[in-house]
Design a protein around this ligand. Structure first.
Ligand SMILES: [Ca+2]
Length: 173
């Protein structure tokens, strides 16, 4: 009985030590060069998380997606107040607002950007504007490749944006 207990404790200790070595949290940061997006010429960007070596190395060992936050700087080039709506999709072919709304998934809605003004979404509260994390989580757990579309919530929009998304993952075997 005693030796059995000893063996069990050793096994447990080995398992927890092993856990310390192979489990951990990693933080992926992806920048969106962005640029100007208008109702006439939509800006879109294909993201491939595999270009991040931490993601490529651990993508098969992801245990959970723990947090998603966004830092963004957005300038409104028109006099009308607007919000930026960020959509993602596996389909990189959309070129109109109608196609994006119909075929992509809305994940982020910015606060109002005043007409002819600008807005900064900082790291501390960027997560609050994620309206749906699931499509992003699905991409992270999937192939890591998706297209980001940014549109305005008004008929005529002209937004100049730059953004960075931070995704915190727990990985382990
Ligand atoms: Ca994908």
């Amino acid at each position: 009985m005693k030796s059995f207990l000893y063996v069990s404790l050793v096994a447990l200790l080995a398992a927890s030590l092993g856990g310390c070595i192979v489990n951990g949290q990693i933080i992926l940061t992806e920048s969106f060069g962005g640029g100007v997006t208008t109702d006439d010429i939509l800006n879109k960007e294909v993201v491939d998380l595999n270009s991040n070596s931490d993601y490529a190395e651990h993508k098969d060992d992801i245990k959970s997606v723990d947090a998603i936050s966004v830092v963004a700087s957005i300038k409104n080039n028109l006099p009308t107040d607007a919000k930026a709506h960020v959509y993602i999709s596996d389909d990189p072919s959309f070129t109109t607002v109608e196609e994006v709304k119909a075929g992509a998934e809305l994940v982020f809605v910015s606060p109002t950007i005043p007409g002819d003004g600008s807005l900064l979404v900082d790291w501390a509260d960027g997560f609050m504007y994620m309206v749906d994390e699931k499509p992003v989580i699905d991409q992270v757990l999937g192939d890591g490749i998706f297209t980001v579309y940014v549109i305005g919530n008004v008929a005529d929009f002209d937004l100049d944006y730059k953004a960075e998304v931070t995704i915190t993952l727990t990985v382990g075997k």
